[in-house]
Ligand binder design. Structure first.
Ligand code: KG4
Ligand code: ZN
Length: 323
């Protein structure tokens, strides 16, 4: 019985996992940030302080367990907001020490990749995985859940961050991704052409130009309905992502790709990837919708792999903001 904790950013989550099934999962999405266009780090830490003990108790109760039933405790160790990470990691290390159980520090991006294993289809390795979140846009060549190499990453904004900034420019609440997706669903994706970004390295990404292009298009073309502009922008962003992911799969001769992270919750992106991959004969693994945004089940799966391999983390290990 593994207790997993996630507090990297603005979601407070706890999960009980038995190595095969998620027995209980609790996630509290902090609402205090909604009106501010992004996460306010100090407020996020304070919310975790209040919510985490409640989330853990609820997860234990949901699985019908007590503290003494736990065999190991895992928590996100980074990257993320340091104050937020400290709340979850310190809680987990103290609990592990008190119960005399191993502590397992989990890399947040490794956990997003591991969320694929929560899907219906058993994952076949190796595969290329796109991690698309509010803080990261990374392309990984994954040979095993614990062995992955970043072959590309964003050179500026993360893709989710670009959605959040575009939404904020329209006065829409944070997180902006679902807001833009809802607007785009009512618009014509062929209404406006956005330029495709370029990067020096083939598998890197850039989103700041696309973000700025949206702001200019909105200013210079007030006659284009907002829904049409959002639909066109979303199409440009996701065609770019999908082309990269599938292009990398072909170049690396790995006919399997995965899509994870908060942005992977976008239905337009999910269906675009499925359709384009089918044309190229590439198999797709999608993170389940419930486990795209930050959650503790993905920490549990990654933590479980570490647990099975005896990869315990010293109680003296401190969280890290980057890396
Ligand atoms: O993985 P996540 O919960 O947290 C990080 O690790 O950053 O991702 C949050 C990001 C936010 O930027 C949010 O706007 C974006 O995921 N997002 C979406 C959608 N749902 C969440 N972006 C586009 N479409 C969505 N439906
Ligand atoms: Zn995340």
């Amino acid at each position: 019985m593994l207790l997993a904790i996630e507090t990297s950013c603005d979601d407070t989550a706890a999960c009980i996992y038995d190595g095969q099934r998620v027995l209980s999962h609790v996630v509290y999405r902090q609402e205090v940030h909604a009106a501010y266009g992004g996460v306010i780090p100090e407020w996020a830490s304070r919310e975790h302080e209040v919510r985490l003990p409640l989330a853990v108790q609820e997860a234990l109760r949901g699985a019908g367990l007590t503290w003494a039933d736990l065999h190991a405790v895992a928590a996100a160790q980074g990257p993320g907001l340091l104050g937020s990470l400290l709340v979850g990691s310190t809680f987990a290390r103290a609990l592990a020490a008190a119960q005399g159980r191993p502590f397992i520090g989990v890399h947040h991006l490794e956990a997003h990749v591991a969320s694929l294993e929560l899907g219906e289809k058993p994952v076949v390795y190796p595969l290329l995985v796109l991690v698309a979140t509010g803080g990261h846009t990374h392309l990984f060549r994954v040979v095993h859940p614990l062995a992955m190499e970043a072959i590309g990453r964003t050179q500026d904004d993360a893709v989710g961050e670009a959605f959040d900034k575009v939404a904020a420019s329209l006065g829409l609440p944070y997180p902006g991704g679902p807001q833009i997706e809802a607007l785009a669903a009512q618009g014509n994706p062929g209404a406006f052409r956005f330029p495709q970004p370029r990067t020096e390295q083939p598998w890197d990404f850039s989103f700041s130009g696309l973000k700025t292009a949206f702001l200019y298009a909105r200013r210079d073309h007030p006659e284009i309905p907002l829904a049409d502009l959002c639909a066109s922008w979303q199409k440009a962003v996701f065609s770019y992502l999908v082309d990269k992911l599938l292009g990398a799969a072909q170049t690396y001769r790995i006919p399997r790709v995965g899509l994870v992270g908060g942005v992977a919750a976008n239905e337009y992106l999910r269906s675009l990837l499925l359709a384009q991959a089918a044309e190229r004969g590439i198999e797709v693994y999608l993170a389940p919708l419930a486990y795209c945004m930050d959650n503790a089940a993905m920490i549990a799966v990654a933590g479980w792999h570490r647990y099975l391999n005896g990869l315990y983390t010293p109680l003296t290990a401190v969280p890290f903001a980057r890396g």
